[in-house]
Design a protein around this ligand. Structure first.
Ligand code: ZN
Length: 175
């Protein structure tokens, strides 16, 4: 029997979110367990993607599922994902489980090819083409580099966002 647990999702400005991750060396039972827990956490949130640093693990690992809620789940496990190629540009309104209650337009690549290892360690490729999958792949791989979507918005918008976070944390301390 496999026990699953939902993990705590780290929130901005936790410094772990800014760290680059290291590759998964061996896909052992502890990695399988982590993936199960990450998937459970993502579905419970709910979210369309979750990267290992968001649950405090500095590993090159992410889970994605962009299937609409009324359709059967289709979990994509990305172990050691790397961007192979990108093309075009688009912009997309993004949010992040580590940055609650904030969304903003982010400039992204329209198409992306990602190479990764699956649960068996087999090398695979996936293509995101002008869709939510393309954006989710870019967003999650950014997490593995220590990049958040707020790092990709304009300096002005980022300044306003930071001020809001500071204000909220002050108000939080008062109450
Ligand atoms: Zn995120």
């Amino acid at each position: 029997m496999v026990f699953m647990a939902t993990l705590e999702i780290l929130k901005y400005p936790n410094p772990i979110l800014k760290k680059k991750t290291r590759p998964v060396q061996k896909i052992d039972p502890s990695i399988h367990q982590l993936i199960q827990d990450m998937a459970e956490t993502m579905y419970a949130a709910p979210g369309v993607g979750l990267a290992a640093p968001q649950v405090g693990c500095p590993l090159r690992l992410a889970v994605v599922d962009v299937t609409p809620a009324d359709q059967p789940k289709n979990l994509l496990v990305l172990i050691n994902p790397e961007v192979v190629a990108t093309e075009g540009e688009c912009s997309w309104e993004e949010g992040c489980l580590s940055i609650p209650e904030y969304t903003e337009e982010v400039k992204r690549k329209k198409r992306i090819i990602v190479r990764y290892q699956d649960l068996q360690g087999e090398e695979r490729e996936i293509v995101g083409d002008d869709n939510l999958l393309s954006i989710a792949l870019q967003h999650e791989i950014d997490h593995l580099e220590g990049i958040l979507f707020i790092d990709r918005i304009s300096r002005l918008k980022r300044g306003l966002f930071r001020r809001r976070v500071e204000k909220e944390s002050k108000e939080g301390k008062k109450s």
